[in-house]
Design a protein around this ligand. Sequence first.
Ligand SMILES: [Zn+2]
Length: 209
Amino acid sequence: MKALARPDVVPFIAAWSGEQQLDRTVVYSGHGGIAYADETPEDRDQYGVLWNGRAMARGTGRPLYGNVHPMRQRMAMQHLLCQVCGDPAGRDRLGVLWLIEDNRHDWKGWPNDLLTTHPPVCLPCAGKAVEMCPHLVDSYVAVRVRESDVCAVYGRMWSSSALGRPVKAGNADVVAFGTLAARWVLAGQLVRSLNGCTFVDLQRELARR
Ligand SMILES: [Zn+2]
């Protein structure tokens, strides 16, 4: 899932070519599910889910716009930081600011109950994004979110095999914390559920600044 791209800025959550993906050996965990052969406590989040490793060297090499850095995405999502600049996301009495793809015909009440891997944004970055990419206005909506819970991860599933070691199984999926599947996922992004959502007029908010 792509970061919100701006031609002049490398988003905080984008990975760089100098941040090599760590090729770790995946083994069975003693508690069921998967583990790293050389696992350290930092490899899991507070819910016990195993995370995909990637070196941290922001700004090294060239930006990989389509690739989300697992640790920075997780940081932004956990602490509600702007996905573009990494500063705290915009927040007012209606809640935290999200710029999301407009799928309001998906269900009544959308985007309440929406699960997203995209972290929020700050008001200045939202303004600049729309300025740089005017088409965003047609395809994205600005939403203030009063309640959002970190509830799941997005990652690649693994499964047991006849080979004596776990193997990759299927595509990436959203996996809720506390489920059996959460022991078998290698997390790449943190997921929040959005609730208490209010559509806002971004231009009006920008004018009020
Ligand atoms: Zn920002």
